[in-house]
Design a protein around this ligand. Structure first.
Ligand SMILES: [Zn+2]
Length: 326
């Protein structure tokens, strides 16, 4: 098969991930929302949308990994514990979800990761083993902090030239001090598309002795359109195309979703909606759920779905470090 690598001898694994960004102030720090409205959206996400996602996963009988912003963890502790009890994984998505996370000073990057780690460990009784950066952008300081904390994996990398170019263009066109966009290095497009070990000093390169595992978000071959957010919702309409271009060629699959793909217009009546949200709302929630259900059901014929921790274990993290991350 054309895109197979040495890793293909392993069982083909897939994972679904959900970044719980909640559409509140974490998403739009200077947007149209008041703090009260932001709180309504956070409550909506954890009280309504997360249970909806859990039901979606139960119907398909697949586990998933949920990336949680640390500052939400206390308020929604019961929901997080419920996710873990249900066989899902809760992982680190920074303490406050800064939009310019990868551009922060190394100390601030470390604090964001460590504070979320400590909070999730306290609230759930279990320190997370994995991390995803806001905006998917990483660098050696991010991976360095994760290595020092004994993390099993990072799941931020989007190995894509088209997504990198899009981010670069967005930065040139839309960047504002109050709405920073941090581009990713174009050379990430050459990183492996299967989970690989990294050394923190060289984030996009396979390093056989690296203690940390990088678990990339999957992309469509050639165009490298990521299976995440808006591009994913466009790709999800073409189940057959996905099957032939991705499922039959990629020996590993990681799909990146959020809570907002599972949000409908009825959920946010009377609240201001940004462009980002209305993009999704042009299609009804039922339509989106149906498409995502067909996308995952088709993938299940080619892959076994596990959590990202399951992926990291299958691809072999160093046992001592895996224990330290627990
Ligand atoms: Zn996020």
């Amino acid at each position: 098969m054309p895109f197979r690598t040495a890793e293909a001898s392993r069982e083909a694994l897939a994972c679904l991930t959900f970044d719980l960004d909640t559409l509140g102030l974490d998403m739009f720090p200077n947007g149209p929302l008041s703090p009260d409205q932001s709180q309504i959206l956070e409550d909506l996400s954890y009280a309504t949308i997360v249970p909806r996602i859990v039901e979606f996963l139960a119907d398909l009988r697949v586990p998933a990994t949920f990336f949680v912003i640390g500052r939400h963890a206390e308020r929604y502790a019961a929901t997080l514990r419920g996710l873990i009890a249900g066989g899902h994984e809760v992982a680190n998505h920074t303490m406050t979800h800064p939009r310019d996370f990868a551009a922060l000073a190394p100390d601030a990057i470390r604090t964001e990761i460590a504070a979320c780690h400590a909070t999730l460990a306290r609230v759930t009784g279990r320190g997370p083993a994995g991390f995803r950066a806001p905006g998917y952008t990483i660098n050696r300081f991010v991976l360095g902090a994760l290595s020092d904390l004994g993390y099993s994996y990072d799941a931020s990398l989007v190995p894509s030239w088209s997504y990198s170019m899009l981010k670069l263009a967005s930065q040139r066109l839309f960047n504002r001090p109050d709405y920073p966009i941090v581009p990713q290095e174009l050379r990430c497009a050459f990183a492996p598309h299967v989970p690989f070990r990294v050394d923190a000093a060289r984030p996009f390169h396979l390093h056989r002795d690296g203690a940390l595992m990088e678990i990339p978000v999957s992309t469509v071959p050639v165009l490298q359109w990521p299976l995440a957010s808006i591009p994913l919702m466009m790709a999800a309409r073409k189940t057959k195309l996905l099957e032939w271009s991705v499922y039959r060629t990629r020996p590993f699959l990681s799909i990146s979703l959020h809570d907002y793909e599972f949000t409908g217009t009825d959920d946010v009546r009377d609240l201001p909606r940004g462009l980002f949200v209305s993009r999704y709302f042009r299609r009804t929630l039922d339509d989106r759920l149906d498409q995502m259900r067909r996308m995952v059901a088709a993938a299940r014929r080619f892959y076994r779905f596990v959590t990202l921790s399951g992926v990291a274990a299958a691809f072999g993290p160093a046992p001592a470090l895996a224990a330290a991350a627990r």
